[in-house]
Design a protein. Structure first.
Length: 101
């Protein structure tokens, strides 16, 4: 149906331009008839073109952001390094020892 309508409009446009052609060449003032015909043709073309154009649908909005809870993390035992004094048989020494809860 749409192609048939476009073909009909094109045929009517061509037929209308054939009628507007003068049969003899004359150089007299036509009172702006040519300019009015051109402007009318442009206006009609714009109206018909807008009617035949497909509708524009905007894209849908993006989905809302989704919150994901952070993954559980294993922390392990709380360890720390401590200085420990010990007697090595001659004098007191200091060493670092790891102490975990």
């Amino acid at each position: 149906m749409r192609k048939w309508f476009i073909a009909l409009v094109a045929a009517l446009t061509i037929a209308g331009s054939m009628v507007a052609v003068t049969s003899e060449a004359d150089a007299r003032n036509r009172g702006g008839a040519v300019a009015a015909g051109v402007l009318g043709g442009l206006a009609a073309g714009a109206i018909i073109g807008a009617a035949a154009a497909p509708y524009y649908y905007a894209p849908p909005p993006p989905p809302p952001p989704v919150y994901y809870a952070p993954a559980p993390v294993y922390y392990g035992p709380a360890c720390r390094w401590v200085k420990q004094r010990y007697w090595d048989g001659y004098y007191w020494q200091v060493r670092r020892v790891q102490v975990c809860n």
